[in-house]
Write a protein that binds this ligand. Structure first.
Ligand code: ZN
Length: 119
């Protein structure tokens, strides 16, 4: 596993800005109804590795299915930079939308395909 690197990112309008310590050798594309529509490339981090620098109050929460994951999108531009939830062991986690990070070569990543649609 590669070492985590700190990347900055945000939503489209810039209201939400954040930094995250991410390991971009570990990315996921999921085929569930929600991820398929939004086209996410995601990477999981411990909650503490995601630091919201501005715009926390602009985040709107969307929950569906088991309601365990807080999908957080910007109330101004609609972009979802990350979600918050819990890992299998109950620890607080975040899923970062890699497409919202700056200075990432998406074409160089090899996302694992997660079959969320069958779960
Ligand atoms: Zn925005």
């Amino acid at each position: 596993m590669a070492e985590a690197q700190t990347k900055t990112g945000g939503c489209h309008c810039g209201a939400i800005r954040f930094a995250a310590d991410v390991d971009l050798t570990q990315t996921v594309e999921c085929n569930c109804s929600h991820c398929a529509m939004k086209g996410f490339v995601l990477t999981a981090v411990p909650a503490a590795a995601l630091r919201v620098q501005s715009g926390e109050e602009k985040l709107t929460e969307y929950r569906f299915n088991t309601k365990k994951i807080a999908h957080l999108f910007c109330s101004l531009c609609g972009v979802q930079p990350f979600s918050r939830g819990e890992g299998p062991d109950g620890s607080k986690m975040a899923m970062v939308n890699v497409r919202c990070l700056e200075n990432v070569d998406l074409g160089a990543l090899s996302p694992m395909h997660f079959d969320g649609n069958s779960r």
